[in-house]
Design a protein around this ligand. Sequence first.
Ligand code: HEC
Ligand code: HEC
Length: 297
Amino acid sequence: MKIVLWVVLGIVGLVIIVFGGFGMWVYTASNSAINATYNVSVTPFEIPADSTSLAYGKHVATIRGCIGCHGADLGGGGEDLNMGPLGSYYPTNITSGQGGKTANYTTADWIRSIRHGVKPDGSTAIMMPSYEYYPIGDEDLAAMIAYLKSMPPVDRDNRPQEVGPVGRILIATGQMKILTSAKFIDHDAPHPPAPERGVTVEYGEYLGTTCTGCHGENLAGGVNLGPNAPLSTNLTPGGLAEYDRDAFFTALRAGYKADGSQIDKIMPYTQFAEMTDDELDALWLYLQSLPAIENEY
Ligand code: HEC
Ligand code: HEC
């Protein structure tokens, strides 16, 4: 009897040590990523002010998803991202109004926040997908910043980000990069030039970085975006076997899958609907050029 009891206690103890140790490791590793600060030097570029650039900047901010998260007024009034055990995230007010973060922004601050995921005080932006935005070229970024700066000030306070236990595991294991983008960006590397605009695989890949946060880095889907969302789907030719170019356009412009069923609203198709024919064609070319991955997502 006594021996059995000791064995049971031993097993229980071991389980506590293993899980406790894992928990402590997750907590420490995620904390170090969440609280990391960075000293990023960027070379500011000229911000245009003409109406063509402002209109193009609005286009870029729309198709890159800024408006979906930060709200159409950019005052943080977009959708709160309540993702259950992943955490609750509140895109900030990025206007120059009261509670807004950007009244004192320099051009370098804009570049650092968007491309590097590093706020003006050097701290890490949580759940801001800079990892996807790093490749955005100078011309697109300059036009976007021009547009962002032109937005009327909005007075609205911000709520702090709440990283949940699953969010911490994903941060610690590096599986959801946009939670702590800054950790995954080489801040010292020279910035690569953007590919020329056009209906090419390269330009499609450039636009498609915006899909990777939700559809996965290999775009094969299966990413869990919280309890209120379906798993993201496979965008490689393995997953889009039923699609042709027209069906793809319908999916991104109207929100219907190739089988006619409606795509869940978490997929920001109302913003992607703003893409031009050439942009969608480039994206389609790129997705079709990917190695076909077969899975059930
Ligand atoms: C998935 C939602 C999401 C998307 C998409 C997104 N952001 Fe953010 N962004 C956030 C969150 C959340 C924060 C707050 C980060 C923090 O304070 O830790 C943030 C922070 C920022 C900041 C820093 C504000 C500060 O505190 O100084 C700027 C600037 C910004 N975002 C601009 C943009 C732009 C421009 C785009 C589009 C290119 C964009 N964001 C797209 C969620 C998002
Ligand atoms: C905020 C997260 C998010 C982003 C960003 C996103 N998607 Fe999606 N997408 C989803 C989810 C989730 C689904 C599955 C919806 C469903 O099953 O109803 C989906 C479904 C789709 C579908 C339908 C596929 C099918 O199974 O028939 C297509 C096509 C698609 N996305 C393309 C894209 C492209 C291209 C991009 C980038 C330009 C993109 N998505 C960006 C979340 C996202």
